[in-house]
Design a protein around this ligand. Structure first.
Ligand code: NDP
Ligand code: 8X3
Length: 251
């Protein structure tokens, strides 16, 4: 039977790149996000290339919608070999004492609680089958705070701790748990962070060759395809002229 992967946030950036990369590896794809049209166009494109694709439209912040979506999977589609918890975002780059509480709640609800919701829904079946792989998309931002990163950095630090905790909790099983921590990746991330200010978003990637979604998808697929006895626990992937979340050399 073909292996299957469920990717959250598959309509853009890293998640979309993972979808294309896993399709090339011959996985069945369950692609999820909020934007129906975008999901359907990616599905049509990948199916035309021979992939088997199912789409589920829901917001990871809506635990009941997520539950309904996962419970709607039947037959072979209900067996998920790899869960890529990728859906996430940053909002704002204000000082902590000037930040927007709505932005904080959205980041916390998506990056932490959404990831936990998906984990809680999908991992019990992996444990019961004694196989499976959870790949969480953390960030260099989770290693240390950077200026204005405060709450976003905290959510990615939480992703690291939640990933480490899950790895402990499934250690007696063959389920593997991975945290992939990208640095600067040019996606829609900064457009979202700056609430649609594209000019400001572009500046984030000026003077440096940033990573691409494909660069991260390569690492995700590498972790998923390692031999069964090999657990890639954590990978920090930076652009060559980036040293950490704060030190970026720009020409
Ligand atoms: P994009 O904005 O390009 O993609 C984000 C994806 O998440 C979209 O597919 C979006 O789909 C989905 N998403 C956002 N909110 C929700 C939600 N509430 N429910 C369901 N899906 C949601 O950004 P990236 O690809 O860059 O980001 C992907 C992950 O990578 C995030 O977790 C981010 O924190 C992390 N990351 C990004 C880095 C970067 O520099 N770009 C570096 C390190 C980590 P839709 O809008 O259709 O719901
Ligand atoms: C995204 C990378 O450095 O912009 O998590 O926070 S960074």
């Amino acid at each position: 039977m073909k292996k299957s992967v469920l990717i959250t946030g598959a309509t853009s950036g890293i998640g979309e790149a993972c979808a294309r990369r896993f399709a090339k590896e011959g996985y069945k794809l369950i692609l999820t996000a909020r934007r129906t049209e975008r999901l359907e166009s990616i599905k049509a494109e990948l199916e035309a290339e021979g992939a088997e694709v199912k789409t589920l439209v829901f917001d990871v912040r809506d635990a009941q919608a997520a539950k309904n979506a996962i419970e709607s999977l039947d037959g072979e589609w209900s067996v998920i070999d790899v869960l890529v918890n990728n859906a996430g975002l940053a909002l704002g780059l204000e000082k902590e004492y000037e930040g927007d509480a709505d932005d904080w709640n959205t980041m916390i609800d998506t990056n932490i609680k959404g990831l936990l919701t998906m984990t809680r829904l999908i991992v019990p079946a992996m444990v019961a089958r004694n196989e499976g792989h959870v790949i969480n998309i953390g960030s260099v931002a989770g290693d240390a705070a950077y200026a204005g990163g405060n709450v976003y950095c905290a959510t990615k630090a939480a992703v690291k701790t939640i990933t480490d905790g899950l790895r402990i909790d499934v250690a007696e099983t063959a389920v593997r748990v991975t945290n992939i921590k990208p640095g600067l990746v040019e996606t829609n991330f900064s457009n979202v962070r700056f609430h649609g200010d594209d000019k400001r978003a572009e500046k984030v990637y000026q003077g440096i060759t940033p990573l691409t979604g494909d660069d991260i998808a390569d690492v995700v697929v590498y972790a998923a395809s390692a031999p069964k006895h090999v657990q890639i626990a954590e990978v920090l992937v930076l652009a060559t002229h980036q040293a950490n979340g704060s030190v970026i050399y720009r020409k």
